[in-house]
Design a protein around this ligand. Structure first.
Ligand code: FAD
Length: 488
């Protein structure tokens, strides 16, 4: 049967009625205008069609919908805030699908102050959880530019990273357990918050990073951390990437691993930000070499104590290290935020980066990671190739994690069409292979990197992934055509 015949056979009215009976008619959208925000992704690059958008309010409704879709042979695309950058959270045009938005499952179910854990539903917006923890004088450290829209379910499904991974790890490392609906509609629950539980395969870790292809995450239990009592936030201009990494290690060694963020923002990106957001100014006078937004935080009372000049112990310690590194020639210039306002200005600059690059012109974004020692070799070789091929580059990254967001750009959108993008991609992936890097660091595979996954992931690993997918989702209804290329 052809795909079109299959679509034609779908009893869409009955099916939609059944969805409405599960969640209530107000929470099923079929009008294209109501569905439009759910079927196109944040970048505007990926768009599809859906039979309906359905918004369940609890795990039993999610389970009932999964069972209904199983019997009707209709695929499910789970969606949180729809801020994903890999096209994974929107349907295709060829497969009959529904979008399941978890946005109504937005309750923070339980806060365990003694155990320092919190149980949240998948649709909770990241920033809401951050604020909830702060009200209890605790920290939920996951953070990045989309925090006001992205959800916990999407964070888990993509194993999101962001700016604080250098200290606290990515989403996987913050999560102690999940509740999820599997492709057969069964509900698994590991929300006990145990820090040790060696009772077989870790299904939590299987679903984290699975991008909705193995089940729907409905809730999770996370660790929370002591809230830093004092922070030092600075913008540094350094002689080179290697000098920056030396600076990172020096500060880590001297502050007991207290670096919370070490974000790469070089001059071309600062220029692009100033162009896109004229009210944001470069923090330093003159051109910046290797620019880094540094944040060091401490929850130790002794670090928060102030001296006669009003500086905290932590500030004095960081200043001393920076001065030493300036004398050694590693740091060229630096500015330290003197107020909460200056700190938030620096973070606003960092979080405006992606939009500034998109505004700059046509672009292709690599989300890659490398061993720290190989970063400068990659940048040197890739920048040279890009220039030779006629591209400009705008590179930012979570430098402390070895994660670069490397963008090939052209301000001239017409010229872009004639630039040899495939050649540049080929060179980048070749370089990554030779330098032991990864072609996908934190944004996921979705549909944008499916071809790269097929071409570059070790075949033995791909085969194991296919076997897991077939075993758990034999009908291939959970976000099909995403993450794992099912054919060779
Ligand atoms: P969606 O976009 O809705 O979905 C993403 C994927 O998860 C899809 O495959 C979807 O099917 C699946 N999914 C969603 N919810 C569930 C669920 N409950 N169960 C199972 N599967 C589900 N990412 C980073 O890692 N680091 C960054 O620094 C970063 N910066 C960003 C900055 C900006 C400005 C933007 C727009 C995005 C950024 N991202 C970053 C990417 C994105 O925000 C993250 O991937 C985020 O985790 C996605 O969450 P979401 O709720 O929007 O998920």
């Amino acid at each position: 049967m052809s795909e079109a015949e299959r679509i034609a056979e779908i009893p869409s009215v009955d099916f939609v009625d059944s969805l409405s009976r599960i969640v209530g008619g107000n929470h099923v959208f079929t009008d294209p205008a109501d569905m439009s925000g759910y079927v196109t992704d944040w970048t505007g690059q990926y768009s599809g069609t859906a039979i309906a958008v359905v918004r369940p309010s609890d795990v039993s409704q999610v389970s009932a919908i999964v069972k209904l879709c199983g019997s009707a042979g209709i695929a499910i695309v789970p969606q949180g805030g729809n801020t994903g950058l890999a096209g994974g959270g929107v349907p295709s045009t060829s497969t009959p699908s529904i979008v399941m938005s978890l946005s109504r499952m937005n309750t923070i179910r339980h806060f365990d102050e003694a155990g320092r854990t919190v149980v949240v539903e998948a649709g909770v917006v990241l920033e809401v959880l951050q604020e909830h923890a702060l009200k209890r004088d605790l920290l939920f450290p996951l953070t990045f530019g989309a925090k006001g829209s992205c959800t916990i379910g999407g964070n888990l499904a993509t194993n999101a990273g962001g700016s604080n991974v250098v200290r606290y790890g990515n989403t996987r490392e913050l999560c102690l357990g999940i509740e999820a609906v599997m492709p057969d509609g069964s509900i698994i629950n590991t929300l006990h918050g145990l820090r040790k539980d060696n009772t077989g395969y870790d299904l939590k870790d299987l679903l984290i990073g699975a991008e909705g292809t193995l089940g729907i995450i409905t809730a999770a239990v996370f660790k929370v951390f002591p809230r830093p009592l004092t922070r030092v936030t600075a913008f540094l201009s350094m002689a080179s990437v290697d000098a920056a990494l030396c600076t990172l290690n020096r500060i880590q060694d001297r502050t007991g691993q207290s670096v919370e963020a070490f974000e790469y923002v070089p001059q071309p990106v600062l220029t692009a930000i100033e162009k896109a957001f004229p009210d944001i100014k470069s923090p330093l006078q003159g051109a910046v070499e290797t620019g880094v937004l540094l944040e060091v935080g401490s929850s130790r009372v002794s670090d928060a104590k102030t001296d006669d000049t009003g500086s905290t112990h932590l500030t004095t310690e960081v200043l001393t290290i920076l001065e030493e590194l300036m004398e050694a020639g590693d740091i060229v210039d630096a500015v330290i935020a003197q107020s909460e306002q200056q700190r938030s200005d620096l973070w606003r600059l960092r979080e405006s980066v992606l939009e500034s690059i998109m505004e700059y012109g046509a672009s292709y974004h690599f989300d890659i990671s490398l061993p720290l020692a190989n970063i400068s070799a990659f940048l040197e070789a890739m920048d040279a190739t890009a220039t030779e091929l006629g591209f400009e580059t705008l590179t930012i990254g979570h430098l402390g994690d070895g994660n670069l967001h490397y963008a090939l750009v052209s301000p001239d959108r017409d010229k872009w069409q004639s630039l040899p993008l495939d050649q540049a991609k080929h060179k980048a992936f070749e370089l990554l292979k030779s330098l032991n890097g990864s072609f996908s660091a934190e944004h996921g595979i979705g549909q944008s990197k499916l071809d790269v996954m097929r071409a570059l992931k070790q075949p033995e690993q791909l085969n194991s992934m296919r076997a897991i997918k077939r075993a758990l989702d034999p009908q291939n209804l959970m976000n099909p055509g995403r993450l794992v290329p099912m054919t060779e």
